[in-house]
Design a protein around this ligand. Structure first.
Ligand SMILES: Cc1cc2nc3c(=O)[nH]c(=O)nc-3n(C[C@H](O)[C@H](O)[C@H](O)COP(=O)(O)OP(=O)(O)OC[C@H]3O[C@@H](n4cnc5c(N)ncnc54)[C@H](O)[C@@H]3O)c2cc1C
Length: 417
């Protein structure tokens, strides 16, 4: 049985040597059939299961994960949560997610450590400042909080940034989104998993989906490493594996997969107030509650499924950090890793029917789907339960690559995490 713990349990277990903790979720064998099967036990798949129970009362659900929960990008990302996008469709999507994050610890009764410390995107020239003002206006028109800071305000807000006379790209100002911040990635996956399990969902780890069962033009199940499992509707949230897996269902996706790397330093005393992104250096950084700098940059140049770091990207990202904040140039790195991210031509996700009846998609989040875990789960659950788009997911249907109604955030907001 899944248990929920209180402060009293914590005290009691502390006093008796932590002998009484139960499992946070069960480990069942799969049944032969469910109402709904979700492929992928990352944040999006687990959130989908949670919202199927919470919003639609559907509990005969399985989440199939080929490895362990959160072992994909959900457990590998730099945990930035924000909604500083340009287009109204994106603002509606990502701001709904920020709002869901704001209530998530309470909803799940699990501390996801959402810390709204703000995100600062610096501007490094007068034309940059003009673009920042345009972005700010777009954000405000879309109902998203944003402030334009001048150079002095940036200096007061983040004094560790480089304001030296010889800086290659001097700081002219920046955009601050105060409601942005960071969350604890594992806790997001675990909180959704625990809640879904408590609602009756079977979470099945070490269960790889190998093939789709198609009858009369409809997807009616999957063949897995644990046998055949049938379902009325199937959702796939497998991030960097989306195009390869969907090919097995005869569905072509306009997605390329790339390695994206991240770095964590030794712990330092507090030196940063927010998440800072300096676009010309291609580097962003925040400081974890343990004190480590959590550092990220751009994609590897060549598409690949090789889930590991490499030196050229390390050099580019860390030299960017040294220019942003020279005082950090002697800090030691502790860890370095990569995840495989799923990138679409317009840098926006694909949410909707796959083109094969009964099979639905939540993918293409690329470098920015951690922030979207609650909304991705909400929208995929809606599709699986009703067979129809939610008004927020409709613009993100894969048909936009046929109609040409792209949501090109890469061009508009220069997205980065
Ligand atoms: C280094 C890095 C930094 C990032 N930084 C940020 C950030 O700061 N902010 C942000 O918003 N986003 C960020 N992202 C992106 C974000 O992590 C992802 O978009 C998000 O985690 C995707 O979640 P998901 O649940 O869709 O995918 P995942 O967490 O990858 O889960 C997919 C799961 O599907 C499973 N799976 C795959 N194939 C199969 C199969 N055949 N059968 C069964 N299971 C299968 C995988 O094992 C995996 O566990 C970053 C990503 C990386 C790699």
């Amino acid at each position: 049985m899944t248990r929920h713990y209180s402060a009293f349990n914590l005290l009691r277990e502390g006093l008796r040597g932590h002998k009484g903790w139960g499992r946070a979720w069960r480990s069942p064998e799969p049944k032969s059939a469910y109402d709904i099967v979700i492929i992928g036990g990352g944040g999006h798949g687990l959130a989908t299961a949670h919202y199927l129970v919470r919003n639609h009362g559907i509990t005969n659900v399985a989440v199939l994960e080929k490895g362990w929960l959160g072992g994909g990008n959900t457990g590998r990302n730099t945990t930035v949560i924000r909604s500083n996008y340009f287009y109204p469709e994106s603002a509606a999507l990502y701001d709904m997610s920020v709002q869901l994050y704001e209530g998530l610890s309470r909803e799940l009764n699990y501390n996801v450590m959402f810390s709204q410390r703000g995100m600062l995107v610096t501007a490094h020239s007068e034309p940059d400042m003009e673009m920042a003002a345009r972005q700010l206006n777009a954000m405000r028109l879309n109902g998203v909080d944003a402030e334009l800071l001048d150079a002095d305000q940036v200096r007061r807000f983040e004094p560790a940034l480089n304001f030296g006379p010889n800086m290659r790209f001097p700081i002219h100002g920046g955009i601050l989104q105060k409601r942005a911040g960071t969350g604890r990635h594992d806790a997001v996956a675990w909180g959704f998993a625990r809640s879904a399990d408590a609602g009756g969902v079977d979470i099945i780890q070490n269960c790889e989906v190998n093939e789709f069962i198609v009858e009369a033009g409809r997807c009616v199940g999957v063949n897995t490493s644990k046998g055949e499992i049938r379902a009325d509707a199937i959702g796939a949230a497998v991030a960097g594996h989306s195009s390869a897996l969907m090919k097995k269902a005869g569905v072509e996706l306009p997605i390329n997969s790339y390695a994206l790397q991240a770095f964590v330093s030794e712990p330092l005393k507090p030196v940063l107030n927010s998440v800072v992104l300096c676009p010309p250096f291609g580097t962003y950084v925040s400081q974890s509650d343990k004190g480590g700098l959590v550092i990220g940059g751009g994609l590897d140049r060549v598409p690949s499924y090789g889930q590991r770091g490499n030196m050229p990207v390390q050099e580019a990202v860390l030299s960017g950090l040294a220019e942003m904040m020279p005082s950090l140039s002697k800090v030691k790195l502790l860890r370095h890793w990569a995840g495989i991210v799923d990138v679409t031509p317009d840098s926006s996700p694909i949410i909707g029917p796959s083109g094969l009846d009964g099979l639905y998609l939540d993918c293409g989040w690329g470098t920015g789907g951690f922030k979207a875990i609650p909304v991705g789960g909400w929208l995929l659950a809606h599709l699986l339960a009703t067979g129809k788009h939610h008004e927020i997911s409709r613009p993100f249907d894969r048909n936009r690559f046929v109609s040409g109604y792209l949501i090109d955030e890469g061009a508009a907001s220069g997205i980065a995490h």
